[in-house]
Write a protein that binds this ligand. Structure first.
Ligand code: HEM
Length: 474
């Protein structure tokens, strides 16, 4: 079945109904006129029960389900590190701590605690003056501490990481990725100082270059891997004759659409493997589980879980996550309906009814009144998946929760290697839109800029492996 976008899509550019939230800069909607997902002839409590059945441990999203035997496949086209970079990017742009899983939520009434800009407030906080505890004495370098003989994130006496977003200490890998960005900033400061940049400009200049290199990676490495190069190019290089952003528009500042934060961008939950090798020392170099329910917060260096984050052997050897050497990094999992079993029973959620991340995503989508995947596909003039394509969704095979639809679309259309046309367009338009809406991004300041322009030894094919090398971590 072909899923190419219809040429008639261009008309939406002029006439798509805007979210009434599109002027607000908070959360909003891409498709405000589409009705919420309903199950024909079903009451709201029954719909919630059906969503819980779809996402619960043992259900059709569980690798152990009989229909998924042999289907939980590796995605050799996307190294495992990009799953965690995806989580890191999310933590830069969205944080909803106030919506409820139990009742209906209005996106305009929900505060986004992150700025919807790819500017690393999760790393820089509000800068050296407003958040001095993130910075070294010079107010230019970000704070790094040595404990257990290795560089670590700074922590309080109760082991809480002192960083711009606490979610970046949620598991060992994202925690070390946060540290890697801090070390990239510090290396940038040192490189600029060595090149003769005046002391009073060092912080601003290093911050600008770190942000631009990160934005470069989002645009030229992360998005092509996640949504495909062609769709990335279509959205980024579109002009008045076609392509470009067709659905994501704002009046004053970009906002985060709920179709992105609560559905499409949660695609990454399907990519994360439940067990990963982090280095050659930890657990004798064997794979370790993403988290161990018995040992959260434990700082014992011999603890084998990936969740506790301290200890001399608790570091990440990045060659197992990104192509920093001739070693082939571990792969992500295919983007499809199957999630790692570890994510279907989150150890840090005390209520067992809501401890499956899939259940949380599905109920969160319902609580925001998200439309079905089919309705969104039709609104984008993309032929929707067939009932047969979605047969595993049971009662939802004809009107499918948007998040689940986008996962299965990736499997049906792209063999699970990247997102399909609906999911890919939402993710691509929002991330590219955030760059185009940010007056300080390289895309706005100097669209012809490449990392090679800076004379720092970085080249125009700069990617995560180069960032880690520049930071002295690979
Ligand atoms: C170890 C891996 C991960 C874990 C344990 C995790 C866990 C969670 C949890 C518990 C939530 C809140 C769910 C809710 O109550 O609605 C969440 C939200 C979210 N996650 Fe993940 N996640 C992981 C990886 C990822 C990845 C790889 C991505 C994308 C590439 C991602 C994207 C998101 C998004 C967009 C949200 C909504 C954020 C907001 O608006 O507050 N996550 N995740």
């Amino acid at each position: 079945m072909a899923h190419a976008p219809h040429h008639g899509m261009a008309r939406f550019k002029m006439h798509a109904p805007h979210s009434r939230y599109f002027a607000s800069g908070k959360f909003g909607r891409l498709f405000p006129t589409l009705p919420p997902l309903r199950l024909h002839g079903t009451s709201d409590p029954d719909l919630r029960h059906a969503l819980i059945d779809l996402g619960k441990a043992g259900g059709i999203m569980d690798p152990a389900h009989a229909d998924n035997s042999g289907q939980d496949k590796d995605n050799d086209t996307i190294p495992a590190g990009f799953g965690f970079l995806g989580q890191f990017i999310d933590h830069d742009i969205t944080l909803d701590v106030s919506s409820s899983l139990e009742r209906q939520n209005d996106p305009e009434g929900i505060e986004n605690f992150r700025t919807p800009v790819l500017e690393l407030d999760s790393v820089y906080g509000s800068g050296p003056e407003a958040t001095p505890y993130l910075y070294d004495r010079d107010g230019v370098h970000l704070l790094v501490e040595e404990r257990h003989g290795i560089d670590q994130l700074p922590r309080t006496s109760v082991n809480a990481a002192i960083i711009g977003d606490p979610r970046n200490d949620e598991n060992l890998i994202i925690s070390r990725l946060q540290l890697a960005f801090i070390q990239f900033h510090n290396a940038m400061v040192d490189a600029l100082a060595a090149n003769g940049t005046a002391a009073e400009h060092l912080f601003e200049e290093a911050q600008r270059l770190v942000r631009w290199h990160y934005q470069w990676i989002v645009l030229h490495e992360f998005l092509p891997l996640t949504i495909g190069k062609k769709l990335t190019d279509d959205i980024y290089t579109g002009d008045c004759t076609g392509g470009g952003r067709l659905f994501y528009h704002w009046r004053h500042e970009p906002f985060i659409p709920i179709e992105f934060a609560v559905a499409a961008y949660r695609f990454g939950h399907s990519q994360i493997p439940g067990q990963l090798k982090v280095n050659d020392d930890f657990n004798g170099g064997a794979k370790i589980p993403l988290f161990d329910p018995n040992e959260i917060g434990d700082s014992d260096p011999d603890d084998l879980s990936g969740f506790g984050v301290e200890g001399s052997r608790r570091y990440v050897d990045w060659k197992y996550f990104f192509a920093t050497s001739s070693t082939t990094p571990q792969p992500t999992k295919h983007i499809d309906r199957i999630l790692a079993a570890e994510l279907l029973d989150l150890p840090f959620v005390p209520d067992p009814a809501h401890s499956s991340l899939a259940v949380r995503n599905l109920l969160r989508g319902h609580s925001f009144g998200l439309p079905s995947g089919q309705a969104v596909a039709c609104a984008m003039c993309i032929p929707p998946l067939s009932k047969k394509d979605l047969e595993h969704a049971g009662p939802f095979s004809e009107a499918t929760p948007l998040w689940y639809y986008i996962l299965e679309e990736a499997r049906v259309v792209a063999g699970g290697e990247h997102l399909g046309p609906v999911g890919g367009r939402i993710v691509g338009e929002v991330l590219i839109g955030l760059l185009e809406g940010d007056r300080m991004s390289f895309v706005r300041q100097n669209p012809k800029w490449t990392p090679a322009d800076e004379g720092l030894g970085t080249t125009s094919d700069f990617g995560m492996a180069d960032l880690l090398k520049f930071a002295g971590l690979a």
